[in-house]
Every structure is written in C-alpha cells, then in structure tokens.
Design a protein around this ligand. Structure first.
Ligand code: IPE
Ligand code: IPE
Ligand code: MG
Length: 278
C-alpha cells in the first residue's frame, strides 16, 4: 500500500481516503463492470464511441491504483457476449481501442510487475486481436504482482456451459461417463478464472443494479458496490471509496458476524424465553 502514497500528495482529496484504508483487510480480488461510456458521451452530445475512448484512461489508472494498493487480482468486464448486438461501428471501435490499450500499456504492465490475462470465448475474435492478447499474456507471464484479467467476449452462462462440457468430455475420453459425479471443485477448475480467488468486491459504475452475465459462479459471496459515477469519470477517489465501503461490510458467508458468534447473551435469552431447542 505504501506505493500508493508515492503518487499522491498530503492534502490531495484522496490522501485522507487512502489513509483510512486498512492495509490488512484489502479485498484480494476486485471485479468491475465498467459501464456508462455511452451515457457519458451523450451528456456531452458526443457519439457513443467518444465515451469508449474516454474510458481507456480510467482503465489505466484503476490498474495502476490496484497494483500500488497491493490488490492480488483485478477483473475488468470489457466486452460481454451480448455486446455483439451493438452497431458494427461501435463494436469495431471497441476492438481498435483494445489493441491501442494493449500496445500503449505493455511497458507499464512490465514496469509495474503486472500479469495480464484475457477471459472469455477468445477463439472467435479476429486473428489480430487474439495475437496481441496472446503476446501481452506471454510477455507478462513471469511477473508476480497484480493479476489483471480482461473479460472479453465473456458471458457467465457460456463459461459455465463450457466448464460442464469440458467435464463431460474428459469423463467420456477416460471411459468414466457412467460414474461421473460433478463437484464444485471440478467446475471451478474449468472456469476461465481457475486458480484465481473469487472476487471479494464487485463494483458496477453508472448506477445499474444488475450483473449482466458477469462472473455468475464466482460472485456468490462478493460484496456488491454500485456507484452512479460513469466509467469515464471513475477516478482513484471512486476506487478508494469502494474499498472503504467494502471494509465497512460484515461478511458472514451464511454464518454469524464475529460480534454475534460467541455471544452467551443470546443463549441465556433463549433459555429465559423457553425457546432453547437443544
Ligand atoms: C460500457 O459502457 C462499455 C461496454 C459495454 C463495452 P456502455 O457502452 O454500456 O455505456 P452505456 O451503458 O450505454 O451508457
Ligand atoms: C455490461 O454492460 C458489459 C460491460 C460492461 C462490458 P452492458 O451495458 O452491456 O449491460 P446492460 O446491457 O446494460 O445490462
Ligand atoms: Mg451499458
């Protein structure tokens, strides 16, 4: 977390925010649905693609801030399997911007010790895009810091279907289809995110209260944080605010909060009321 203070000055509005973050309780994995580019552009009477262009810098800044904070993994939703429904020109611009980002950021990914990966059905993307994604992945594969995953042509349902089919295919080739009993571990090992911890914090920008087919399996117990900020306006302050909100949450995973857990009071109360079931 120390590295974060190197890019801020005391008195900056984010300085106090950063100081109130508990470095020992950071989310290990942050996932972000980067939404609102189109609305950002419309508010300025610009074409939607101008919003996508303006959305590149917040990606750079968010990646850098997460690396400096000491987050383990950051997964960014860049293009969903449903986004093909958009006009051809908009889709083409998104691919152009992706290639621009990869080329421009390569040196910084190396400098910041970041490991890059792409998640999604990548085999249908153009050769050019696939080659550049692959190159960035290979180039950064020896890095040991923040793991940045870009979800591209990603759909949570497709990911689960692919995982199930992989399990069935493997069992069939091993001649064990009859005895196949699927477990959570088997599914997890075949998701695009195999080897990554589940996201602790899921951020969505632009105020939309939905998941839009993102990481359906992995977010089972993620803390959700929705901000009205549109993605092109998402700054360091917004990210730190989300992390602070996360640290204020009581994560129970179906159990009880630490405060309630060992409480003798509850037992005596139950007894006094004659509702003890033991
Ligand atoms: C998010 O911004 C970027 C992508 C989905 C690729 P949108 O383009 O969805 O922006 P809005 O939701 O129309 O404002
Ligand atoms: C989700 O945003 C996909 C990405 C951010 C890449 P959308 O803008 O596509 O989601 P909906 O259509 O509003 O649900
Ligand atoms: Mg949108």
């Amino acid at each position: 977390m120390k590295a974060l203070f190197e890019v801020m000055r005391p008195g900056d509005p984010d300085w106090a925010l950063a100081e109130s973050i508990d470095a020992a309780r950071l989310p290990k994995h942050i996932a972000i649905i980067m939404d609102g580019n189109g609305r950002w552009a419309r508010k300025r009477s610009l074409p939607r693609v101008a919003g996508h262009r303006a959305g590149v810098e917040p990606v750079r800044l968010t990646v850098e801030t997460c690396a400096r904070l000491g987050i383990d993994a950051l997964t960014l939703y860049a293009f969903s399997s449903e986004n093909w429904k958009r006009p051809r020109g908009e889709v083409d611009t998104l691919w152009r911007l992706l290639r621009f980002y990869l080329r421009r950021e390569a040196p910084d990914l190396m400098k910041n010790n970041i490991r890059f990966n792409a998640l999604g059905r990548l085999e249908v993307l153009s050769d050019q895009v696939r080659r550049e994604l692959d190159e960035t992945r290979r180039m950064t594969s020896g890095n040991t810091g923040l793991r940045v995953n870009l979800a591209i042509n990603y759909g949570g349902r497709t990911e689960l279907v692919d995982a199930m089919n992989a399990i069935v295919d493997e069992a069939r080739s091993a001649g064990r289809l009859d005895a196949l009993a699927v477990t959570e571990e088997m599914i997890e090992a075949r998701l695009y995110t195999a080897g990554l911890p589940d996201p602790d914090l899921l951020i969505r920008t632009s105020g939309e209260m939905r998941i839009s087919n993102f990481l359906l399996w992995q977010i089972a117990y993620a803390e959700l944080y929705v901000t009205d900020t549109l993605w092109p306006d998402f700054g360091r302050k917004d990210l730190l605010e989300a992390v602070l909100a996360y640290q204020g949450r009581d994560r129970r995973f179906g159990g009880l909060s630490t405060a309630a857990k060992g409480s003798q009071e509850d037992d005596s109360l139950a007894e006094a009321l004659g509702v003890s079931l033991r």
